[in-house]
Design a protein around this ligand. Sequence first.
Ligand SMILES: [Fe+2]
Ligand SMILES: [Fe+2]
Length: 134
Amino acid sequence: MSLEKFEWDDKLSVGVHEMDQQHKTLIKKINALIDTLEGGDTGKVLSSFGELAGFVIQHFEEEEKLMEDAGFPGLGGHKLIHKNLLDQVGGFKGEIESGNLDSKKLVNFLKFWLTSHIMGIDVKYGEHINKNAA
Ligand SMILES: [Fe+2]
Ligand SMILES: [Fe+2]
């Protein structure tokens, strides 16, 4: 099985340094997960998946705090989208545990999420923060 790794691209920048750093860490953890998926050891897949999921939770909390502190009006909607993503991530955990994981589906989901969520949704708080700072 050959799964494509992700690479950071400056197009993914939201204009907030700390969040760009966290998104880069997300990409690293997704790539580590891809390595274990290629290896096919369920225990290792679960552990790298757990690492990624834990970081996603932490990242969402920090992002929400940043938006709150900045008085970002889209906070409520953004929180709902985060919650929905976490529910989907939880579903994949069940699939790994039961041995029914479709690795390609998981990697495609993560890739779609990274690009569409960061470039379509996260950029909005970046615009808000940079506009208010100017
Ligand atoms: Fe977000
Ligand atoms: Fe984000």
